[in-house]
Design a binder for this molecule. Sequence first.
Ligand code: NOJ
Ligand code: NOJ
Length: 707
Amino acid sequence: MLRVIRQTLLVSLIVITVAVASFHANAADFKREVIYQIVTDRFFDGSAANNNPSQSPGLYDPTKTNWRAYWGGDLQGIQQKMSYLAGLGVTAIWISPPVDNLDANIRDRSNNTTASYHGYQARDFKRIEEHSGDWVAFDNLVSAAHENGIKVIVDFATNHTNQENAGEFGAFYDNGSLVGKYTNDSKGYFNHNQNISNWDDRYQVQYYTLFDLADLNQESATVDEYLKASAKLFQDHGVDGFRLDAAKHVTWGWQYSLVNSIYSYNDSFVFGEWYQGSTSDPLYHDSYKHANKSGMSLLDFPLNTAIRAVFGGNAKFSEIESVLTTEAANFAWDRDLVTFIDNHDMSRFLSVNNNQTRLHQALAFILTQRGIPSIYYGTEQYLVNNTDGGGDPYNRPMMNSFNPSTTAYSLINRLSTLRRNNVAIAYGSHQQRWMNSDVYIYERKFFGNVVLVAINKGSTSAEITGLSTSLPVGIHKDYLSGVLTGTNISVKAGTSGDNQVTTFSLPAGSVSVWQATEISGSPEVGSIGPIVAQPGVRVTIAGKNFGATQGTVKFGTTSAKIISWSTSQIIVTVPDVSSGLFKLTLTNSAGVVSNATQFTVLTAKLIPVTFTVNNASPTQVGDYIFLTGNTVELGNWATTFDGAIGPMLTPNYPNWFLNVSAPAGQTIQFKFIKIAANGAVTWEAGANHSYTVPSSGVGRVTVNWQY
Ligand code: NOJ
Ligand code: NOJ
């Protein structure tokens, strides 16, 4: 009898599973996706016609022995492998910068002759690189991806054009017409400074030159408009997201306005490459302030360091747990961070530790943890080349097999399905349940949805006693069916919501995944995107149990216009409320109110404005000048590091400046303050300054500190 009920339940669960899996999440709801990162030139050659194009002949090596030449991979090739990618279970591809790149071979900093096969030396942000294809090939790729339920993210490098001292000397074009060159820059399209030497200096990282790459001046109205128009062009061609290259090196204030421009134009997911080794990095605080304020996500470099140390080496699991705890406290949405084991800038995992079991564990970890996993192409085929330790360019081999029956391939597929079907992973909270140097058992929970994961990276089995869980009472089978030699567990009723797992032995080198989903319940919000926007911009709210019948969504007490409503995803527009922080809640058709999430309503779309204050109050080491003012964009007169705008920069002490994103067309009131190292605040004297932000383009305002 019991068995019959169980089977009926199982059958209805399978039906629910299928319904959820076929649901296509909006791009602004990205947390359940799994990204696959592709270096286009190194994936698959789909068209021989573009291998040695007439625009830039001689950069192609058909023998694929010169690692710094083009090898033939192209957009057509990715398109042709779409069913392989769909079978892998990835739901988004991030492709290397597709824009037209440098047409010449140049000497890199180590004096190697190199072509721009990787895409990071742009010459025309409105055209597609001729080795990769053209706009038709791009459109065909996007359509094929979308037909397979796969989103497309482009790598977007706004910091620079191409090398300033060789080749094309930074020249860039607008759909074929020359805009400017670094060497003859009368219009000020570039910053002309030396290479960055102090990577912790806020002025240097934003305004100095990154590896000889001609540094674009985004405060130029022409450059600002050009880059934003390029992003819109890609959105018009159907892309779902952007990976912002070198986000730490792009003018931060301007970057807020870029992100705002992307979100205002269409639904999108935006994440930046803010390189940092750990949460102790001197600019770590700036990184999360930037993410929280702009609403863009970041690649999770601190977690990457810990993953490589723990799975690639002998570090203890506490190293990972500590990064998760710190980032959870700092990031408004740690569940949006993009997690990864390796990428095109570091040696592949198998170069660090040539152990496929450990690679499987690391993969299982990112696929069952918070954040959006990004899997570097070829990981599922154990692709690796160890020349010179396997760093750049040897971490970018040609994909050499497309075998759908590797363990990694099926593991990724299986766990990607779980991420779709059990939102505890993507939307839930994290709890460490049992840990020692080699064993890590963690639980993710989103109201009644639970996923419990146990990893033993050690070489001996571990006796697990006293393990508590939110999983319901009963036998729980390993969701991976023993693919990573996992085991089943038995859960008995425990006290105060903590059920007890019967003592069991966790096999050496194994991963087990146990899970349960809630079938009904009250409406629960697990994601919103974007988290910052002005009235009129579309916002996607995702979660569960919203009900099929439309209810209401409120920003504070004001109802938002509903564009679409389904039981797991709602799209609304930001209502016409005054700017500030709002609690966003939804009420289902039966009147049940959801949990609340926080949303920042901007005054208007963002325009980059450069503020300068001359002869500011004297500062000691550790003191900084900040800007504060009367709108949410200017911090609503806040006087703390996180609340005020800054720190400002002082290449010409005691004059300070900062590029800031301000509300278009608004007359703003502002003042400058000094925040001392100990937090003490000194205000400038006199009346507030006043300025009317232009309604488009860029702005500039200079005042003297009032004594
Ligand atoms: C970071 C990219 O990931 C790297 O590959 C590139 O060379 C630099 N940014 C410069 O664009
Ligand atoms: C550290 C810098 O912070 C980062 O931005 C840069 O890409 C690397 N150094 C290059 O080594």
